[in-house]
Ligand binder design. Structure first.
Ligand code: F6P
Length: 326
């Protein structure tokens, strides 16, 4: 492979806290190795529109602690078409971009797998999504921050739930994945956690509330992932109120609050390691792979293998919820 001299970088899909730290690491590592770096704004859509600019080291000053992404992000429908991909390729060529670093989640790598299979531009991915729904990595950038945000919200809800002896349902993000629910729920001491990976048995959920009533437990917190098969907080609240009309039930949808905020140290360090590794990988001639972290080591996995983690939920976690909420 010819030596690369110009690298493009973009963020795509839902933003995640720590994406800025990853951009900083990519830009600074590339400049350290005497590569020119081009920022692509608004993900694949910006690639199509040619929204591309040359980046200097000062462009990434003072961003390591900031949520969001200075490169902006988008979910592009046009990129999913053959003509959109062709336009994107033409713009990359027009800017002499010879290799790319993509920061995003499953949608980003699904697009990348198709695009880079068709047009041979070397590309390395960095997992950036609060959902952690990718294989090839133990953690994704933004997950730790999002879980901490959800946990802090659950703690606050517990205070008011306890003051009123209320049952609270807290809906967290995760369209297809329950990692945020599972981890924030365990960390927040929830009585029940409902996730898309497991079929929800509503009778079981209701019987657990019933037995709590008998034991005079004053707080009952249920954390539900937005993508749970039974439904979200509203559906659950309706079912509980129908069965227990005298119970004081409230629900709270945390929503996009989980996507913002200053990244935790874990996300900043992960982003810095993966950003550094991505540029090193491109220099070494790797392509069409995502840099991930497994057992604290950097590993590379082909784009085609990382989309949609179908790994079953760790049985220990499910057991822990039952035992510790007893
Ligand atoms: O993929 C991350 C995520 O935050 C999901 O958990 C959520 O379902 C989705 O993005 C929300 O997307 P949007 O910001 O486009 O509404």
């Amino acid at each position: 492979m010819a030596k690369i001299t110009n690298v493009g970088i973009m963020t795509s899909g839902g933003d995640a806290p720590g994406m800025n730290a990853a951009i900083r690491a990519v830009v600074r590592t590339a400049l350290y190795h005497k590569l020119d770096v081009y920022g692509i704004r608004h993900g694949y859509q910006g690639m199509i529109n040619g929204d591309i600019f040359k980046m200097q080291t000062t462009d990434v000053s003072n961003i390591i602690q900031r949520g969001g992404t200075i490169l902006k992000t988008a979910r592009s429908r046009e990129f999913m078409t053959a003509s959109g991909m062709k336009k994107a390729y033409d713009e990359i060529c027009r800017h002499n971009i010879e290799a790319l670093v993509l920061i995003g989640g499953d949608g980003t790598f699904r697009g990348a797998d198709e695009f880079f299979g068709k047009y041979s531009v070397p590309a390395i991915g960095i997992p950036g999504t609060i959902d952690k729904d990718l294989s090839g990595t133990d953690f994704t950038i933004g997950f730790d921050t999002a879980v901490n945000t959800a946990m802090e919200a659950i703690d606050k809800i517990r205070d008011t739930a306890e003051a009123h002896d209320r049952l609270f349902i807290i809906e967290v993000m995760g369209r297809d994945a329950g990692y945020i629910a599972l981890n924030s729920g365990i960390a927040g001491g929830a009585e029940d956690i409902l996730i898309p990976e497991e079929v929800t048995d509503i009778e079981e959920v209701l019987s657990r509330i019933d037995s709590d009533e008998l034991r005079k437990k004053t707080v009952h917190l249920i954390v539900v992932a937005e993508g749970d098969d039974f439904g979200g907080a509203k559906e659950l609240q309706a079912a509980i109120t129908e069965r227990f009309p005298l119970l004081d039930v409230r629900s709270c949808i945390l929503g996009h609050i989980q996507r913002g905020g200053s990244p935790t140290f874990a996300d900043r360090v992960l982003a810095s390691r993966l950003g550094h590794a991505a540029i090193r990988a491109l220099i070494e001639g790797k392509t069409q792979m995502m840099a991930g972290i497994i057992n604290n080591e950097i590993v590379f996995t082909p784009f085609s293998s990382v989309v949609k983690n179908t790994m079953p939920v760790n049985a220990d976690m499910t057991e822990i919820i039952r035992v510790l909420s007893h």
